[in-house]
Design a protein around this ligand. Structure first.
Ligand SMILES: Cc1cc2nc3c(=O)[nH]c(=O)nc-3n(C[C@H](O)[C@H](O)[C@H](O)COP(=O)(O)O)c2cc1C
Length: 352
């Protein structure tokens, strides 16, 4: 037996000494956790803040996606047409100019998606009779006329109809691809009640998701009733224009007491994210639609939301999820994806 093991056996003999050892160990772990968070803070400081001077393709394409997604989203909002997107369209055009000046390829699907979205936004304003209200109209028209050649190549349109799940031919790959295509963020819902059994069934299957050491830390808090949903959504910044149509709201949380120390500080988000993805697939396969709703909030908002009583103190909020039946003929943004070659990097030259 090694020295460490025999020492441990001696210590375990006395309940008092063993208890004190455990208390000290927990305190040391807390201090180590503080050091881990300091490391994370340093990385966030260095890499996470957008800078107007960073024209690297990855950072610029992320900013572009962020901005033009607001235009795509505006084009699928239910209800009375109203002017939207003036700041995002200006930001998108400015980012595209930076992209071009930096010499990045204009064949990139993210850049082409931006160009198409500005064009569809322009058409959307016209279709809604809002073009005269837009203070950016002249800028947009000039911008688009200078980019006719990009727009002419294999034109993209947004929005597009939501695909139905389960239309694939037999075969697991086709079925998976069809479900991936059909699982889109839906931002309009019919008033049909979502049956509790369907949610139960979706959660049962989503629970098959992997989690670190199979601890399965996920919980789904369901909120129903117009007033209660609206009260909860008032704390979330991404549901404007469609929040009032959400018939069932889930708060996806992870119980943080399932993790042993600070080295697992990000595990909740990994386990929670994997579960959330499966849940969205499951809901879609059952004919429902969903929309993830970010929980990128300040500590003050997080605390205030907790006062509504839906979430326990030890539960970390991953995100909210709007759930409901999509209305017939609902549309979703095109939301072009990066090319797989842009996502894969064979390390150190690899097979590339
Ligand atoms: C964690 C997370 C948070 C999101 N938050 C919001 C949100 O607050 N409001 C919203 O309308 N969409 C939200 N979305 C949906 C994204 O905009 C959407 O997933 C993305 O544009 C890709 O489109 P798709 O889901 O239709 O494929 C969120 C997605 C994720 C994964």
């Amino acid at each position: 037996m090694g020295i460490k093991q025999s020492l441990k056996q001696q210590v375990q003999k006395s309940t008092l000494v063993w208890g004190s050892y455990q208390t000290v160990k927990a305190q040391v772990n807390r201090l180590r956790t503080a050091a881990f968070y300091r490391y994370d803070a340093g990385r966030s400081w260095r890499y996470m803040i957008w800078r107007p001077t960073n024209d690297a393709r990855w950072a610029l394409s992320s900013e572009l996606l962020f901005q033009y997604h607001k235009l795509e989203k505006g084009l699928v909002m239910p209800g009375k047409p109203r002017l939207f997107g003036t700041d995002p369209v200006r930001a998108t055009m400015a980012l595209m100019r930076r992209w071009e000046a930096a010499g990045h390829p204009t064949s990139d699907p993210i850049y082409r998606g931006a160009c198409a979205t500005v064009s569809c936004y322009r058409a959307g304003l016209q279709a809604r009779g809002l073009e005269r209200e837009s203070p950016a109209l002249a800028q947009i028209d000039k911008f688009l006329s200078e980019r006719q050649s990009t727009l002419a190549v294999d034109p993209m349109t947004t929005p597009v109809p939501l695909a139905a799940p389960g239309t694939a031919a037999a075969g697991s790959w086709q079925a998976f691809e069809a479900l991936s295509v059909a699982r889109r963020s839906v931002r309009d819902f019919s008033s049909q009640t979502v049956p509790a059994e369907l949610v139960q069934e979706a959660v049962r299957v989503a629970a098959l998701s992997p989690s670190a050491c199979n601890r399965q830390p996920n919980k789904v808090v369901l909120i129903e009733g117009r007033e209660e949903i609206d009260r909860a959504l008032a704390f979330q910044n991404g549901n404007r224009g469609f929040g009032h149509k959400v018939p069932l709201l889930a708060v996806l949380v992870v119980d943080s007491t399932g993790y042993f120390d600070g080295s697992e500080r990000n595990q909740a988000y990994v386990d929670g994210g994997l579960f959330a993805m499966s849940l969205m697939f499951a809901l879609r396969a059952l004919g429902l639609g969903s929309c993830s709703l970010n929980w990128c909030v300040t500590p003050a908002t997080d605390r205030a939301f907790r006062k509504l009583g839906h979430v326990k103190d030890q539960e970390t909020i991953m995100m909210m999820l709007a759930i409901g039946y999509p209305p017939e003929a609902v549309t979703v943004p095109l939301s072009p994806r990066r090319h797989a070659d842009d996502v894969i990097r064979w390390s150190k030259g690899g097979r590339a």
